[in-house]
Design a protein around this ligand. Structure first.
Ligand SMILES: Cc1cc2nc3c(=O)[nH]c(=O)nc-3n(C[C@H](O)[C@H](O)[C@H](O)COP(=O)(O)O)c2cc1C
Ligand code: SF4
Length: 410
């Protein structure tokens, strides 16, 4: 079997067998207006399954209302179950599987004072909250042990709700600067107790959450973890810590690690392999616009996008662990798929190539295309939270904003 054919062969992770090795990576859809799991969101993932992806990841399913970064994000609670069920049913109708990306924002939240229940957003450490400059939440609170117990229970409950809603997998978000990543990264974690200091100690709380989720649902659902291999150039975790994280996830029994990179605030280019568009492109959400402007003013020189831009980092993780790994970062072509398979990754996760064309997986297989038309312009990021939600500006296929206001199960 060629490496390319291997990408289209089935794969078992934990209790889940996927029809092929392609995972639609989480790309915040912006289709849960006011937190409603909408018909538009269900349709977005149905199209990924129609187009051939084996597992479609629903981005940012919050563990609780306070766990949201933006108000237009769904919470994995009882109110949303019927609508999430309509989404997972739609994916299953096309032979695909669905994964819920379970996330808590920690201090990376833009919820206003009337919405957020806690007086200060929770994080690994307290003190000045640079993200809060945009939301008026200038200080964050270091979680105490009781709050950590409650938080671990929130993740477990969300995973159980995901199972009730028909999801086949959950993906714990341990990267990009959200709560669990605020423990992993020394940029955020300044603790001096058992949960801060060395990478082993910084992993203690995320690892505890993972083990509890595995205990609760791991027999029925695949439990994936997405994390950042490095915190980007400059400061924070380097790849040697990124390798240690993978070893810990393996020891804990995670069914797969999805290898991302970088942090939302500090190193967005490390995540996308190229800069966000200039603030001149006017994102729909003013907070994203302000964030883009600040990043523009403080940004390092732009890096040029190249296919499989995280290859060298991911290869170092590959060399250190045997657990199933999903390569993520700039897969754009037949050759890119072959390369990632040849490097020994069990699966391939893709974001932009599938936002550009949900049928990319099937079209590559048929040979009707060899390369994605995605130009890595990142303007889909500016479309998040527009009325239509995340979509490709290069594609003629535009989402219908009306579908984003109707509950998926209605
Ligand atoms: C519009 C957009 C929204 C994204 N939102 C999320 C998200 O909610 N959660 C997440 O883990 N990653 C998110 N990402 C990052 C992707 O999952 C992925 O790491 C990144 O796009 C690199 O993969 P690619 O080169 O295949 O696009 C987003 C990416 C895009 C383009
Ligand atoms: S807007 Fe379209 S072409 Fe640009 S990065 Fe997003 S998916 Fe690719």
């Amino acid at each position: 079997m060629s490496q390319f054919e291997k990408a289209y062969s089935s794969l078992t992770i934990g209790p889940l067998t996927l029809r092929n090795r392609f995972i639609k990576a989480a790309t915040n859809e912006g289709m849960a207006k006011g937190g409603i799991v909408s018909k538009g969101l269900a349709r977005f993932h149905e199209r990924m399954a129609e187009g051939g992806a084996a597992l479609s990841t629903v981005a940012y399913c919050a563990t609780s209302r306070d766990g949201r970064t933006f108000i237009d994000q769904a919470v994995l609670d009882d109110d949303a179950l019927a609508d999430f069920r309509a989404l997972t049913d739609a994916v299953h109708r096309h032979g695909g599987a669905a994964s819920a990306q379970i996330t808590h924002a920690g201090s990376f939240t833009f919820l206003d004072k009337d919405t957020l229940q806690t007086s200060k957003p929770l994080s690994s450490s307290g003190g000045f909250n640079k993200v809060g400059v945009m939301s008026g939440r200038f200080f964050k609170k270091a979680m105490n042990r009781d709050e950590m117990d409650a938080m671990a229970a929130e993740f477990v409950t969300a995973a159980i709700k995901a199972r009730e809603a028909g999801f086949d997998a959950v993906e714990l978000h341990m990267g990009h600067g959200y709560l669990l990543s605020q423990f992993v990264s020394p940029i955020y974690n300044k603790r001096r107790d058992a949960y801060g200091g060395t990478i082993e100690k910084r992993m203690n709380f995320p690892s505890e959450v993972l083990r509890k989720v595995l205990d609760a649902v791991g027999k029925d659902l695949a439990v994936l973890v997405k994390y950042s291999m490095t915190d980007g150039p400059g400061k924070g975790n380097t790849i040697s810590e990124g390798v240690e994280v993978a070893k810990r996830l393996q020891a804990d029994g995670a069914h797969m690690a999805v290898l991302s990179n970088g942090l939302n605030v500090e190193s967005i280019q490390a995540m996308f392999g190229c800069p966000l568009p200039s603030s001149g492109s006017k994102p729909a959400n003013p907070i994203i616009g302000l964030g883009m402007k600040i990043q523009e003013m403080t940004a390092p020189p732009p890096i040029e996008f190249r296919e499989n831009y995280l290859r060298e980092l991911a290869q170092q993780v590959r060399a250190a662990v045997d657990m199933p790994l999903a390569y993520l970062g700039g897969i754009q072509s037949h050759e890119g798929v072959e390369q990632a398979m040849g490097d020994g990754f069990e699966a391939i996760a893709m974001g932009r190539a599938l936002v550009h064309d949900p049928h990319f997986v099937n079209r590559l297989r048929e040979g009707s295309i060899q390369t994605s038309g995605c130009t890595a312009c990142n303007r889909c990021v500016t479309m998040m939270y527009s009325p239509g939600g995340t979509s490709c500006i290069e594609s003629p296929d535009k989402p219908d904003p009306k579908l984003n206001t109707e509950r998926a199960a209605a």
